[in-house]
Design a protein around this ligand. Structure first.
Ligand SMILES: [Zn+2]
Length: 80
């Protein structure tokens, strides 16, 4: 499934929601983890806006790992 011609900047065109952006393998969910987002990490606000302010500085992200190349990806877990 690896296409060496595909530039990294073009990855979103082919990658499905459960595909590794690097090698195209199916990402394995490692479960939902809570991450602390302190007031000093402004990057989270850039990503999530006011949503990052909820939960008293904690944010839940689903961790997904690629079994082939060990690429790790985070995403906002589905509601519920
Ligand atoms: Zn991979």
């Amino acid at each position: 499934m690896i296409d060496p011609r595909m530039p990294e900047s073009d990855q979103s065109r082919h990658a499905g929601p459960d595909e590794c952006l690097r090698c195209g393998s199916t990402l394995q969910s490692m479960g939902v983890e809570q991450f602390r987002v302190g007031g000093t990490s402004g990057g989270w606000k850039l990503l999530f806006g006011e949503w990052a302010e909820l939960g008293e500085g904690m944010i839940k992200l689903e961790v997904r790992a690629c079994p082939t190349c060990a690429h790790v990806e985070f995403r906002v877990p589905p509601p519920g």
